[in-house]
Design a protein around this ligand. Structure first.
Ligand code: HAM
Length: 423
């Protein structure tokens, strides 16, 4: 990249034209899949009042403690750029009275989200998510459906080597009992813990289980698994979800260390991991959050959802050389002898464009040779030569660039010719 006066802010990136076909394909697949699963699109603002995320995501999470882009606006309101979609979607659900709609209310969103993280491969400060939520029912069928939508997204994109990680982190009934046991166990191992985990022990003990520090690994390995301490309801829910996944041959790994980095989860949590995109290998994550809507001021409403990181998916598509439809080249290029020919080309091109046929006009008094070179570079399928001879007889000389065939036809036959010979 050239050194210029202004540089991208750290952790952000330009999505250049050559990368756009990947994004276009990915967005088309997302649209197709949300239709098939009957999710309706919901767009929420890029910023919300700060308290929504503090309450929704949780005060003791890394996102709220360290990663939010928060500022005071000119009206002295504390505003935060969304670090995720769920809190904003639920704010919208409550504010727009969506609880009166038939349940579950199934919505999806996409767009940029912002986290002040340490940038590295696959980890950005502005990135994009595809987010889906099924709001209003506690049936594990919906947990299955949400996971299945993720399965299908990756399958439809042509990915292999994906690993679905699954856990249940219980509910307000059983989790405190489990956390008591976990803390008791950890108190016997404080000398072997990193400094962060010593703090987590008091503040957010569940997060002890996903510490990445080497020194904490033996302690984690000996920790009691939460799935063995679930209450009857959480246990039934988890068993039913596993039954559905097994019945449809959806592969997954039970991972008792998976606890997720947001505080709203209850029961099901899951992630999808991919190889080869660096240490940041989670391409999607989600789970059930039965207490969030009440916490944000709505009626108790069980819900489940997930979000996928689009940059990481695009990185995988590029790495695994997943074919995507390319940017179409111009179908027809007009090589013009002079301004009079350019004027006639614009008239022809206007008719072609009305018929949805793409094309370009040669610019700036260049030689025919230079214009043919340009047409080749731009992968034009046909080149039309327009000079004095053609203008005099209202004809055009059209050349099929792939076969080299060329013929003279009347100008008003151009659309028919291209329709017959293919774009
Ligand atoms: P999350 O796990 O924080 O979940 O983020 C979801 C996905 O966003 C991750 O799996 C990853 O692919 C991507 N992602 C996260 N941080 C970054 C980053 N710094 N750079 C690039 N990609 C990143 C949520 O956000 C929840 N709201 C998901 C959810 C919806 N749960 C229930 N409903």
């Amino acid at each position: 990249m050239a050194k210029t006066a202004f540089q991208l802010p750290k952790g952000t990136r330009d999505i250049l034209p050559e990368e756009q076909p990947y994004w276009a394909h990915l967005n088309a697949v997302i649209r197709e899949i949300t239709d098939v699963y009957q999710y309706a699109r919901l767009d929420v603002p890029v910023f919300e009042e700060t308290a929504l995320f503090q309450r929704g995501v949780g005060e003791a999470t890394d996102i709220v403690e360290k990663e939010m882009y928060t500022f005071t606006d000119k009206g002295q309101n504390s505003i935060t750029l969304r670090p995720e979609f769920t809190a904003g979607v639920i704010r919208s659900y409550i504010q727009n009275g969506m609880s009166s709609l038939p349940t579950p209310v199934k919505v999806w969103s996409t767009g940029p989200v912002f986290r002040y993280e340490r940038p590295q491969s696959g980890r950005f400060r502005q990135f994009h998510q595809f987010n889906a939520e099924a709001i209003g029912d506690k049936d594990p069928v919906l947990d299955f459906e949400i996971m299945d939508m993720a399965f299908r997204l990756y399958q439809r994109l042509g990915f292999q080597k994906l690993s679905f990680q699954l856990n249940s982190i219980g509910c307000p009934e059983c989790r405190p009992v489990y956390l008591g046991r976990l803390v008791d166990y950890y108190r016997g191992h404080t000398a072997q813990l990193c400094e962060d985990c010593k703090k987590r022990l008091d503040k957010n003990p569940l997060r002890l289980l996903d510490c990445k520090q080497d020194m904490c690994q033996p302690v984690i390995a000996g920790a009691p698994p939460i799935v063995q301490h679930l209450c009857d309801e959480c246990n039934r829910h988890f068993k039913a979800l596993c039954l559905y996944l097994d019945s449809l041959n959806r592969p997954y790994t039970l991972n008792h260390r998976l606890v997720r980095g947001l505080d709203y989860y209850t029961k099901t949590v899951f992630e999808v991991w991919a190889e080869g995109i660096g240490s940041q290998n989670a391409v999607c994550g989600g789970g059930r959050y039965d207490g969030l809507i009440e916490l944000l001021g709505g009626q108790p409403t069980p819900s489940v959802g997930f979000a996928a990181g689009l940059e990481r998916i695009v990185m995988m598509m590029q790495q695994q050389q997943i074919p995507v439809p390319g940017l179409p080249g111009p179908v027809i290029y007009f090589a013009c002898q002079h301004q009079e020919a350019q004027k006639q080309a614009l008239i022809y091109l206007s008719g072609l464009r009305d018929s949805g046929i793409a094309g370009l006009v040669g610019l700036g008094g260049r030689s025919f040779k230079a214009q043919f070179r340009e047409a080749n570079r731009r992968q034009a399928r046909y080149v039309v030569t327009l000079g004095d001879t053609e203008l005099g007889s209202s004809s055009v000389l059209i050349k099929h660039m792939e076969t080299g065939d060329q013929e003279t036809i009347q100008g008003d036959q151009l659309i028919r010719y291209i329709t017959e010979h293919g774009r």
